[in-house]
Design a protein around this ligand. Structure first.
Ligand code: KG4
Ligand code: ZN
Length: 348
């Protein structure tokens, strides 16, 4: 274990079968097989299709990861797996596979929280996490602000979305605009040629009255409805919709609220480092705006590269390695897949 523990991480909470291998903070392999193309025609992830795809992809993805890392399975010090939150059937495939490896190899098993893994992955790119740090996780299923003292022990939720997740809003608005699923990357691309101040879309939960109860919470469903109404009104008037302008103005509204609240939370708690994770952290405007606004207030921003922001096995392995390094107790072998594992439970 000269450079840290060698850990294999498995991620199957949604539509990506991810197998990552790390040694300490060093990424050795990050194999991902996605079933996203199989869900595209449904406009969203179909759980049963995702589970079946995980089952088919699991063994080849493990083999590919080992080959890339240049290791044999019995070299690993521990197996880590996402135990929740996520789609129950999809999680089950990963958890069952991890248990089989753990028993077969005689290595400890860590069932970890998907969101904590999105935080821990940044260690692979930027080194040990600043403690404390303010983590903003924005994905297809979650939008949360978390105070993180030690990611292996627990996180302190400060706020979350009260309706749609940020990624969900991107996906729904993309659908409205006739862009393919998942919509986030398409909005990002199309928005680059649009005018971000063309339409003044609402910023959810930023009015004075909302700040009293929901200062660090988010709401994106009103924004999604506002975009829908705007598009309908244009269509009614027979006006051709400028997709780039709508995408850019929508993206600006989301990024404005996310960065404002993250910086407000960091400032309130005296935290000097913001970490952004989850699929939406791949958004180019969010990365630029957060960095610019935070730096103006002396706050540092860390965002992993886009490939590590979306779901992958490396993030699970990264958290697993940190757990081993800090001597945290592994999970029991009757570890369940918990589709609603709370953010406060890092190891199940
Ligand atoms: O973390 P993730 O891969 O899966 C979940 O745990 O949900 O996040 C997927 C979400 C999708 O909603 C997708 O549209 C969004 O992240 N996303 C983006 C971008 N890339 C992925 N949203 C905005 N801009 C992007 N570049
Ligand atoms: Zn995720």
């Amino acid at each position: 274990m000269s450079d840290g523990p060698l850990v294999l991480g498995i991620e199957t909470s949604c539509d990506e079968t991810g197998v990552g291998i790390v040694r300490g903070n060093t990424l050795l392999a990050d194999a991902v097989a996605s079933s996203v193309a199989e869900h595209a025609r449904f406009g969203g992830v179909v759980p049963e299709v995702a589970s079946r795809a995980h089952l088919e992809a699991m063994v080849p993805t493990i083999e590919r990861a080992c080959e890339t890392a240049g290791i044999r399975l019995d070299d690993v010090d521990a197996i880590a797996v996402t135990s929740g939150p996520g789609l129950a059937g999809a999680l089950l495939v990963g958890v069952a596979s991890a248990k089989a490896l753990s028993i077969g190899l005689g290595k400890p098993l860590y069932g970890v929280n998907h969101l904590a893994a999105h935080v821990a992955v940044d260690q692979l790119e930027h080194g040990p996490l600043p403690e404390p740090c303010l983590a903003m996780l924005v994905s297809g299923g979650h939008s949360s602000l978390l105070k993180v003292e030690d990611v292996t022990v627990g996180v302190d939720p400060l706020g979350a979305t009260i309706d749609d997740a940020a990624g969900e809003a991107f996906d729904k608005v993309a659908r409205l605009l006739g862009l393919p699923f998942p919509g986030g990357p398409h909005i990002d691309r199309v928005a680059a040629s649009g005018n971000s101040v063309a339409i003044d879309f609402p910023r959810g939960l930023t009015a004075r009255k909302d700040l009293e109860r929901h200062r660090f919470d988010f709401s994106f469903s009103g924004l999604k409805t506002a975009v829908a109404r705007w598009v309908e009104a244009q269509q009614r008037d027979g006006v051709t919709i400028d997709v780039a302008d709508v995408a850019a103005s929508f993206q600006e509204a989301v990024c404005d609220v996310l960065t404002r609240k993250a910086i407000d939370a960091a400032t309130t708690y005296g935290i000097e480092d913001i970490l952004i994770g989850g699929g939406v952290a791949a958004n180019s405007r969010l990365r630029a705006m957060a960095t610019e606004r935070a730096e103006a207030r002396g706050i540092r921003v860390r965002v992993p590269r886009p490939g590590l922001c979306t779901d992958n096995g490396a993030m699970v392995a990264a958290l697993g390695a940190e757990l081993v390094k800090r001597g945290r107790a592994p999970s029991a072998l009757d570890l369940p897949a918990d589709s609603s594992q709370p953010i406060t439970t890092v190891v199940a």
